[in-house]
Write a protein that binds this ligand. Structure first.
Ligand SMILES: C[S@@+](CC[C@H](N)C(=O)[O-])C[C@H]1O[C@@H](n2cnc3c(N)ncnc32)[C@H](O)[C@@H]1O
Length: 266
């Protein structure tokens, strides 16, 4: 089997650098969030539903803004992320806002060695599976942490989006997983002029790969939704619609940009 450790280490360093930029960015708007605004989008708020009194495990939680937004809605939350800078920031935000939360810093694949228990909800969102080489191993972790009857939920950028070049002009990458993709980056999606440079490693995952990894663990798919827009302005050549969502200029209503899946552990 391929040795992925060098990729994970490069990605950890890349996400540490990005975190330093993200926490002060307009994109994440921590000031508004600290004043009570949710960072969750209408998609997951509607599709996950009421979380009051439920235990929720957030995989790849970045610096905890979404995790803590679920806590504000009454969930008992735990977040996990590979980036030590992101987890340090998440813990600081929890302390500052007095929101109860637990944060674990590790690779999602190693989480069963760092965390006990099972959860009512396992949640993950927007920019997550692309950092993982093996979705069967990922789905096994999801299943490991779900209570019987518990819900897995993912909202994620659609694999079609990752086929485009950085300018969103033409197809550059295969739809299906064709192995590791190395990227040389300057800045970040939250601030493309930020003074950071780094290499990272990702993998494209088709919808069938995501779904088959979950059903392979015995999870039952409740729904798969596909959206022709993104709640986040994080791609090139976006236009904002009257509905507040972002689309790629010239491709409005033509390509899918986000998908979501809800699955239940029997
Ligand atoms: C785009 S963020 C997703 C979170 C959320 N959408 C947000 O913007 O706050 C991706 C996160 O995945 C984390 N990550 C990448 N590879 C990981 C891995 N193997 N295990 C755990 N976390 C990982 C990164 O550190 C980063 O915080």
């Amino acid at each position: 089997m391929e040795n992925y450790d060098q990729y994970f280490e490069a990605n950890r360093q890349a996400w540490n650098l990005r975190t330093g930029v993200h926490k002060d960015s307009e994109f994440y708007n921590l000031d508004a969030w600290k004043n009570g605004a949710t960072s969750l989008t209408s998609i997951e708020l509607r599709e996950v539903g009421d979380v009051k009194g439920k235990s929720l495990l957030h995989l790849q939680c970045h610096f905890g803004q979404d995790t803590l937004s679920w806590a504000r809605l009454g969930a008992g939350v735990t977040g996990c992320d590979l980036s030590d800078e992101a987890i340090a920031c998440a813990r600081q935000l929890a302390e500052e806002t007095k929101l109860p939360a637990k944060f674990v810093c590790c690779n999602v694949y190693d989480l069963p060695q760092h965390l006990e228990g099972q959860y009512d909800i396992v949640f993950t969102s927007y920019g997550v599976v692309g950092w993982l080489p093996d979705l069967d191993r990922w789905a096994a972790v999801v299943n490991h942490f779900l209570k019987p009857g518990g819900m897995f939920y993912i909202a994620e950028f659609h694999p079609v989006i990752w086929m485009f070049d950085e300018q969103m002009e033409r197809f550059k990458y295969p739809y299906h997983n064709s192995g590791v993709i190395q990227s040389e980056n300057v800045g970040s999606y939250s601030d493309r002029y930020a003074n950071i440079q780094y290499t990272d490693y990702g993998w494209n995952h088709s919808l069938s790969e995501v779904i088959n990894s979950l059903t392979g663990q015995g999870l039952q798919i409740r729904f798969l939704n596909e959206y022709p827009y993104s709640p986040y302005d994080c791609f090139d050549k976006t236009v904002k619609g009257d509905d507040g969502f972002f689309r790629i200029q010239g491709l409005e209503g033509i390509i899918p940009m986000v998908y979501s899946i809800q699955a239940i552990k029997p």
